[in-house]
Design a protein around this ligand. Sequence first.
Ligand code: ADP
Ligand code: MG
Length: 705
Amino acid sequence: MQSSTNKSFLATPIEYLKGVGPERADILKKELEIFTFGDLLKLYPYRYIDRTQFYSTQHIDNTQTFIQLKGKLRDIKELGEGRARRLTATFYDADGEIELVWFQGVKWLVKSLDSKETYVLYGKPSWFNGKLNITHPDLEKLSAYTAEDAGTFRAMYNTTEKMKTRSLDSKGISKLMITLLAQLKPEHINENLPASILSKYKLFGRYEAIKNIHLPATLALQTEAVKRLKFEELFLIQLNLLQLKIIRKREAGIFFEKVDHYFKNFYEQALPFELTNAQKRVLKEIRKDTLSNKQMNRLLQGDVGSGKTIVALLTMLMAIDNNYQAALMAPTEILAQQHYAGLKELCEKIGVRIELLTGSSKSKHRKELLADLAEGKIHILLGTHALLEDNVIFKNLGIVVIDEQHRFGVAQRAKLWKKNTVAPHILVMTATPIPRTLAMTLYGDLDVSVLDELPPGRKPIKTVHRYETQRIGVFDFMRDEIKLGRQIYIVYPLIEESEKLDLVDLQNGFESISRAFPLPQYNVSIVHGKMKSENKDFEMQRFVKGETQIMVATTVIEVGVNVPNASVMIIENAERFGLSQLHQLRGRVGRGAEQSYCILMTTHKISADGKTRIKTMVDTNDGFKIAEVDLQLRGPGNMEGTQQSGNVDLKIANLATDGPIIEEARKAAIALLEEDATLDKPENAALKYYLQHQKGSNSVWRNIS
Ligand code: ADP
Ligand code: MG
């Protein structure tokens, strides 16, 4: 079925393409890793230039992306100074005019633009101050506008400086692509999607898609080509993830036969409150998994404060009731300690032994701990990454709970599965909600539970934005809150714990706070990542006990810290924080019955994105909405915690904007696997072959015979 001529055409070394030769081939290899014809075809355009028609200035609106105009310039003016320096001009044709603006290259443009010339303009209109304008348009003299440029819908390619020196700019690549596509025949391209999927989702065949992504005659053809290739990319990811899920479900898991006295005693006697309906529902889902004879792999999504910890504890008690041990892993030492402090008391009430293991556990203590653990004398082991080490051996580990999980990669999760002969159940809990499309791609191999309800009696946190110049008012507010018996966090940004400057900011902040809130009336704590863990712990404890009213800290307090009496969160230089971090930090307050506040302090210099982040925080407390904005602002690759997943490095699809295609691709993958889980039906043979031979693939089909 796979003819060898197909393969050999795509595998032809790039130097054999007319117009390439050894020298340019060398550059293509070094700069873009293009070795073969097939590699060149996979260099997708980043945008297109539509030169198929000229618009009239009368017909411009802001729905168009890029447009082409023909006309002349007048009123070429230099305005402003320094950073505000810019060049403006009016572009006009027979029907009307539009304003042009440049912020860069002003000096050169002033000299070269000529009001006597007729130009062909190419650019993107947008609204500015209630008027349409075009920023940084491409201008070409009509006299230089060649037949080659006219009437085309041309793909643009990203290239490098070095490539440009050998005329391998976008135009150069285009020429090569045209040469290659003239030789490309349908039989050179193997279709990898089953015919039924192509027809059901009305997708282009692979050959058509490849041709039209590079050389579309119309916008419509380009759109279809892009859609097909995005679908393919996302569909293959979904197949891999879902296949992983199927494989796991085939293997035996630990059976938690009963819910017995630990669980029941706790539920009836020690549980400090009534569970929310969402918590009850999630526990039922977990119970079902642990009764299924299969390994549980569940993601628990819940906004800050939704009560994930108690769900984790009750789940661990299920394991203990069945003579298994449990592990609870936290991303930071402070959080591990906080969990320990909170859970120890609850556990002791019902005779459950819980111990803490972190990087800073003393070696004698660690030895004893590990010995007890191996003998099964410890019910719950709580800790940081230290739990992953090979010398941490359980007698019979039944469940692992990973808190604030998106700092742990898939590989780390896998390490935990090996801590028992039968893979333990896994419950991962996210610190911040993840937008649905992202969750499907990052955690598509997990089942998902959502805690979509906050415990009763919580008052929504009031969030405000204050400038540096309003600090006196903020201090007054702090004094009032302290008078009411509340406590306050003040957080400083610390991007890298090693950044000396940030630490100086923190120290200065601490000193000025200490001056404004002097002893003996006030006590101020300070905590940062550079402190020894005993000192950190000591300061934390002073704050937890209410001995200090103000906690000045870096983001080390970001995750999970729980002091219900703290009702004010002040975030300094809030514009420097990402949205998920801001949301996490804010989640440290609003944990008690009192009205809580979050004050975002900034200077007057804030970027557009920074403004959007601050506004989003002021407008909403909903973690899912915030995560969605974060995804739009930063893109999936830069969102906190997504970096470990290879699945965000997509070649053509975009997890922030291709939500509908992701949904479709997942649906299609589920339907296909329901019919043919091993892809052994003849109509799926090409797909299976493709998955097994994908370059650099981590396809699980490799492991399936
Ligand atoms: P998160 O989901 O952010 O980890 P926690 O588990 O830390 O949230 O819970 C936040 C706070 O809410 C804790 O003080 C916890 O004791 C309390 N809590 C959890 N569930 C309930 C409930 N059903 N009713 C009242 N308070 C609850
Ligand atoms: Mg938590």
